[in-house]
Design a protein around this ligand. Structure first.
Ligand code: SAM
Ligand code: SF4
Length: 489
């Protein structure tokens, strides 16, 4: 139930929507769309669905009755790719029964492997990278005319700004909004800059409009998504007359300082979305330690509806290794950012990502990660073993020389410590009053409902007359390692 950026329970999730009106079935084709990877990919699948539904497609959750199967893929670690490859062989078998079936690979793996999946492995008909989704209807038509279709062009501009995503994970309460695409940081272990291209920020007006629309449709929480939200920066088009720039500033009612020329930063964007409605909660991910400013922290502190929760991936607690990872900060810098969070937002939940067994990691360097975790005491963490990725800086420059069993042992130590810290964090919530957004019926008992507090901890409480989307105050009286339980007051 954790609000996850890489949500294990959603891997392979199939998009299914109510049948459209018969009259709108222009293409009258059935789409099976399965997604893997991070929240950004699930958000992209909502854009893909929107584009194809506009062309008259309907969805199915049974790939045997589909006309088109699309798999939105992840390339971040080798095991993510292996999972998709295995799935593609299932679809290849389905093609034997239905030779007209079209199978396409979307997303990061498509971008990384380009034509390889078509030519060498003959697994699919369409290969479409993350910036080519508008082209999908054409790509499908190309395959229908008997050819294979590829579009892996990366764009410097595409943000799909005006496409209204079709909400897939529709609990009707919380939704993702992509605020930027790509990444300009070259972390040496990471394939993202190669698969998602250059960083670009989406027009803030379209972001605010999407948030407004969601609120009007009953949603009460949005998560702003980007690989490095702190470097969000939108510049008003350069050819606007001066007066026009001011008008843009007035529309979003922000105090634009002299010389800012209509630029919107992440702190300002947060403020704009927070102002949509006090009952619309704002979350965001991912923050980058090298770019996270005090201004952002003060904005979070200023608005009650911006959740007190920051995902701040550390990767390693050792400065030498951080430099090798090209992360752009040291252990001391990172701890200084944690100190700033604790000072400006005293009750902030903090989570992280770690990588065990990166190239040449020594036992002492691993101990530095554990000692940093002791200092921070994260609420939650995504913990990984290093997986070498082709073409990355690390693959070209360093040896993947930490033996597998040592990587596993170090990862296990990190997981054990994190479990202890997560438990302590949950216990700290006991005896306190929490404002909770109701998300649905508890999985364990239909007499209870669940939701999350501002710090993203799951809270369970009696159902009463409550419904999804309500805000309630709960006094926490009991807990498990990750969940608070209590009474509505
Ligand atoms: N942009 C975010 C950031 O800078 O933290 C996260 C991007 S990535 C999709 C999510 C996480 O995957 C990273 O924070 C890192 O911990 C992990 N990751 C990325 N590349 C990896 C690799 N080659 N091996 C293991 N973990 C990796
Ligand atoms: Fe990858 Fe680093 Fe960009 Fe995150 S900031 S997506 S880890 S390159």
């Amino acid at each position: 139930m954790e609000s996850k950026i890489i949500d294990e329970s959603r891997q392979g999730e199939v998009l299914e929507l109510p049948q459209p009106q018969a009259s709108s079935l222009v293409a009258n084709k059935k789409l099976f769309l399965e997604s893997y990877g991070c929240a950004m990919n699930f958000s992209d699948s909502e854009i893909v669905a929107s584009i194809l539904l506009n062309k008259g497609f309907s969805t199915t959750n049974n790939f045997n009755e589909a006309d088109v199967i699309l798999v939105n893929t992840c390339a971040i670690r080798d095991n993510a790719e292996q999972r998709v490859r295995k799935r593609l062989t299932d679809f290849k078998r389905a093609k034997k029964n239905n030779p007209d079936l079209i199978v396409g690979v979307l997303g990061c793996m498509a971008e990384r492997l380009k034509t390889q999946l078509l030519e060498e492995e003959k697994l699919v008909d369409i290969v479409a990278g993350p910036d080519s989704y508008r082209d999908l209807p054409n790509l499908i038509e190309t395959v229908e005319s008997g050819q294979k279709a590829v579009n892996v062009l990366l764009s410097r501009e595409e943000t799909y700004a005006e496409i209204t995503p079709v909400r897939i994970d529709s609990n009707g309460v919380s939704a993702f909004i992509s605020i930027m695409r790509g990444c300009d940081n070259m972390c040496s272990f990471c394939v993202v800059p190669f698969t998602r291209g250059r960083e670009r920020s989406r027009d803030p007006h379209s972001i605010v409009n999407e948030a407004k629309e969601l609120f009007e449709n009953g949603y009460r929480e949005v998560t702003l998504l980007g690989q490095n939200v702190d470097s969000y920066k939108w510049q008003a088009p350069p050819n606007l007359p001066d007066g026009e720039e001011i008008r843009i500033a007035n529309t979003i009612s922000l105090p634009f300082g002299e010389g800012q020329g209509g630029a919107v930063t992440f702190a300002q964007l947060l403020e704009m979305v927070a102002k949509v409605h006090p009952d619309l909660r704002i979350r965001f991910s991912t923050s980058h330690p090298k770019d996270m400013t005090d201004e952002v922290l003060h904005t979070i502190a200023k608005y009650e509806n911006i959740c007190n929760y920051i995902h701040l991936p550390v990767q390693s607690g050792n400065s030498e290794l951080l430099e090798k990872m090209n992360r752009g900060y040291s252990r001391e810098w990172y701890l200084n950012r944690i100190e700033a969070i604790r000072k400006i937002i005293p009750d902030c939940g903090i989570s992280t990502d770690t990588i065990s067994g990166f190239c040449s990691e020594t036992e002492e360097q691993h101990q530095d990660t554990l000692s940093l975790m002791e200092l921070v005491r994260y609420d939650f963490a995504y913990m990984f073993k290093y997986s070498e990725r082709p073409k990355t800086l690390a693959e070209r420059k360093y040896k993947d020389d930490v033996p597998e069993e040592i990587k596993s042992r170090r990862l296990a130590e990190i997981i054990a410590l994190q479990q202890k810290h997560s438990g302590l964090r949950t216990q700290k919530g006991l005896g306190k009053i929490h404002k909770v957004l109701v998300e649905g019926i508890s999985k364990k008992s239909d007499k209870n409902m669940f939701g999350r507090n501002s710090q993203n901890t799951v809270v369970v409480f009696p159902k009463g007359n409550l419904k999804k989307g309500d805000f309630v105050t709960v006094l926490a009286t009991n807990c498990t390692s990750a969940t608070l339980m209590g009474e509505v007051i």
